[in-house]
Design a protein around this ligand. Sequence first.
Ligand SMILES: NC(=O)c1ccc[n+]([C@@H]2O[C@H](COP(=O)([O-])OP(=O)(O)OC[C@H]3O[C@@H](n4cnc5c(N)ncnc54)[C@H](O)[C@@H]3O)[C@@H](O)[C@H]2O)c1
Length: 635
Amino acid sequence: MWNLSRFVASRPIRSRRCFTTMIPRPCIIHKRGDAILHDPWINKETGFPLTERNRLGLRGLLPPRVISFEQQYVRFMESYRSLEKNTQKETDTSAVALAKWRILNRLHDRNETLYYRVLIDNIKDFAPIIYTPTVGLVCQNYSGLFRRPRGMYFSAKDKGEMMSMVYNWPAERVDMIVLTDGSRILGLGDLGVHGIGIPIGKLDMYVAAAGLNPQRILPVMLDVDTNNLKLIDNPLYLGLRQPRLEGEEYLSIIDEFIEAVLTRWPKAIIQFEDFQMKWAFETLKRYRRRFCMFNDDVQGTAGVALAGLLGTVRAQGRSLDHFPNQKIVVVGAGSAGLGVLSMAVQAVTKMTGKAETAAQNFFLLDKDGLITKERKNLDPAAVPFAKAPGQIGELREGDSLLEVVRKVKPDVLLGLSGVGGVFNEEVEIPIFLYITVIYNLLLVIRVEFIITAYILHCVEFMRESGSSRPAIFAMSNPTMNAECTAAEAFKYAGENIVFASGSPFENVKFGKGKEGHVNQANNMYLFPGIGLGALLSGASFVTDGMLQAAAERLASYMTEEEIQKGILYPSIDCIRDITAEVGAAVVRAAVAEELAGGYLEVGPKHLANMSEEETVKYVRRNMWFPNYSPLVQHK
Ligand SMILES: NC(=O)c1ccc[n+]([C@@H]2O[C@H](COP(=O)([O-])OP(=O)(O)OC[C@H]3O[C@@H](n4cnc5c(N)ncnc54)[C@H](O)[C@@H]3O)[C@@H](O)[C@H]2O)c1
């Protein structure tokens, strides 16, 4: 069972510092002259010192003055800020976001060291550009934006070839692979091969947050065709234009890819990303006990949501052991919604020791309303959360969200439906007005009966929640798919609510200097630490225990003062610090489960002997930080 006092009390003092101190090691290269300037992994542009220019055949290929890394940094940021200033009045926000993405992407394609440095230092500004929400726009416009390939592409046409194809990738070592089949990109549906933007964005977050070395990451698109007719009809679509593979044919492609990459890079961790629900669950079941993998939509999202739910209980002024009594309505029974409920049930079971009653306060809805055991063709993954007739009182199979919220009076309303504005439904409440006209003292001679209507907003029903501080989590991405906006939530459900969204929103101002805090409940707070912890422990698998440890560490990161202000997640500015803590929690959980095989010179015994503090230091020490390395030519 959980030791709850330890859970909150064991928070170490957090540090927001960056990890910048390591002296860069020399980098051995096989190139010379012009070829170096076209390789963004090693290009320093005008930053090559004269000695290096002489040694590497660069003399005369660059303007004579050497510009330092810091000067290059300032110059880039100035041009970025001037773009921001010049587009301040622009009403087409998508065009502005894409312009910002382009300027960053161009930098990446020239000079990765500088790109990752500006990304790390300005993560709060740049995460919404390279990650959600702008990455969604990028995927939607990918055929027009495509310039230079990033990552690898494996298609149904490569069957039988993958084992040799993996050797086309230039890096000797790969630590982390993010893989998608493009079938469910954010809440935007099947974007086929254009979904490659997602693994790229996730891996950029890995570098920024977890300090993975960008030369050891690999974004992968598995092109198993697309069912998106618009893409099939688009002459500029970059993928195969046939209906998606299904069944054994589909699985055989994934099997072959996995075998190929693990043959060349046996220690690589594989993160599955944005697979449609049936394949998300099927691949998780198929692979999670065979190698070190996890599905971020199912497991990462679940951890972030659990951390937020635990924070909500604290924000309500209740002790954590009240968590099993929280009534939680989850809207969306896809990979993300079901993942959240599974982890919440595990947490309740761990707290109460009673598996059979764990799901009784959770209510699950999909596009057809409340899910009960009476549902025809009930998805097997949803069975544990479907309400049995005796459990639901006045509720019925298929009841609408409004009815459920009204009758259940939940403490938390959590959306993972991928449908923008689904919490915004309005309802007409009839009001019966009796007008009694009185003549001559108590003599009633006429009664009039008037019916009128009063419009209520769905989230307004959260005012009747059983909690003094109800919570609304509108977690769907990108921004336009959020179940409601922050402004709507605070306006209709009250200023006292706790609010979180998957994509960023500004805090909401109420006047008199008061404002409602907007949390970003996004799996970026967890997946970098899960991947890093799995890597540095040398774990054979990613287990539920490791995921739970990650979520608990994220939850306990918040101070009581922050929680009382409705702040459930830390500022993204300290994402490296959070990731180090989460990564260390994952390493310790792997050690506790005797799954840690060690990493490089750090063996399993060494890991097992580390204290909590030493584990955090070990994780920090292994974070890469962008600096120009001296380049040495291979003879
Ligand atoms: N914030 C995060 O960290 C995070 C992480 C993962 C996924 N997400 C977001 O969650 C959303 C869903 O992802 P998924 O993988 O579960 O998708 P999915 O397609 O597997 O599932 C969507 C679910 O929503 C239900 N739904 C659709 N319309 C509905 C409606 N009007 N009312 C109620 N339910 C409705 C569907 O029936 C389905 O059960 C996406 O927008 C995704 O971007 C956010």
